[in-house]
Design a protein around this ligand. Structure first.
Ligand SMILES: *Cc1c(COP(=O)(O)O)cnc(C)c1O
Length: 360
């Protein structure tokens, strides 16, 4: 058999290590996972009942159009229902975009380091990847504009960016959108939107009216705490979404996920409280970094990238053996850093005290 040549250059996504595996491997009773930017407070308490009610319908295919969730989300975002596309996680929306727009004679522009799935899916489609290095953790939008040519189909802007936690402010974004040719899709990946506090973070949804080549990605996996159920979505121009729809699997979001996302969306108090607690958690890490003169990027997300000035793999391993799973920056393009998900106050205290012992 002969698979696409470009697949041979890729390796499967390496997720954060699972808790059970670490418990077994190191004989630990308690392990905390601060590796995949999951919500330490779980999800809204309303979700459980919504899932239980849906269990009666397991024999029936889900609504491929996700009409009930769609209507609620469209109201919440104040957009037209047809401006939404749902995915099995926003990961799948990224895949649909690549499937629909990229082919071997095209190219796609993105930052580096950034979220790995843009590059991964674009490579599978055979497109040329144009990576523009971050400057001080920020997107170099000027450089990205310079990388665009007549064969460019998609430009990816991850804001706040994973793994740095930095964001593109409103003025910078607008002047960028003004310069991108309208034939090029700009994907704004806002997976951490609900955590953002910066006053100059752009409100992107109203920009869709002025920029028909803009698409926003958001997800129920992070602040909404539904990572296991896989629901993400894109918000974009209606005619454009109609064109890419055939590249989406017909039943890509399942019943339980749709019902859970609907219930989660209805509980904005939960999101508000998670955001508040997350900001307090970020402060714990900022203080730790300042006390020990470690450099970090101020974060608008629920994670923080800290530079330990030594191999990130070593810090990762030290923490792993003591029951805390994080992500080494090594695989994320920051070899001397570690990316830590902000946990609960107690979890943050635990990891900070382990790190204090480590750097002594
Ligand atoms: C987590 C994450 C996603 C993927 O989220 P899912 O909806 O769970 O697929 C997309 N983009 C960024 C930047 C992320 O960090």
């Amino acid at each position: 058999m002969k698979v696409k040549e470009q697949l041979l250059t890729l390796s499967p996504y390496k997720p954060g290590k699972p808790i059970e595996e670490v418990k077994k491997e190191y004989g630990l009773r308690e392990v905390i996972k601060l590796a995949s930017n999951e919500n330490p407070y779980g999800c809204s308490p309303n979700v459980k009942a919504a899932i239980e009610a849906e269990l009666e319908n397991m024999a029936l295919y889900p609504d491929g159009y996700a009409a009930v969730l769609r209507e609620k989300l469209a109201k919440h975002l104040q957009v037209n229902e047809k401006q939404l596309i749902f995915g099995n996680g926003s990961d799948e929306v990224i895949q649909v975009i690549c499937r629909a727009l990229l082919s071997p004679d095209t190219n796609t522009v993105m930052a580096t380091p950034t979220f790995s799935q843009y590059r991964h899916n674009a490579i599978i489609e055979g497109a040329e990847i144009r990576e523009v290095p971050l400057i001080d953790g920020d997107h170099d939008l000027q450089g990205m504009l310079g990388a665009i040519d007549e064969n460019t189909r998609v430009v990816w802007v991850c804001t706040p960016n994973n793994p740095t936690g930095t964001y593109v402010n409103e003025d910078t974004l607008i002047s960028f959108l003004d310069k991108v040719p309208t034939s090029v899709l700009v994907v704004l990946d806002e997976a951490y939107y609900e955590y953002v506090s910066a006053p100059d973070f752009p409100e992107s949804v109203p920009l869709l009216e002025k920029y028909p080549n803009l698409m926003i990605l958001r997800t129920f996996s992070k602040a909404y705490g539904l990572a296991s159920l896989r629901v993400g979505y894109g918000i974009a121009n209606e005619e454009f979404l109609q064109q890419i729809e055939p590249a989406r699997e017909p039943f890509n979001t399942n019943r339980i996920a749709q019902a859970a996302a609907y219930a989660a969306l209805g509980d904005q108090e939960f999101i508000k409280s998670c955001k508040q607690l997350n900001n307090e958690g970020l402060q714990q890490f900022y203080e730790f970094c300042q006390q020990h003169q470690l450099s970090y990027y101020p974060s608008e997300t629920n994670f923080i990238l800290i530079d330990f000035n030594r191999p990130g793999d070593e810090v990762f391993q030290y923490l792993l053996e003591r029951g805390v799973i994080v992500r080494s920056g090594n695989a994320l393009g920051f070899p001397t850093s570690v990316r830590i998900t902000v946990g609960s106050k107690q979890q943050n205290e635990k990891i900070i005290s382990l790190l204090e012992q480590y750097i002594q």
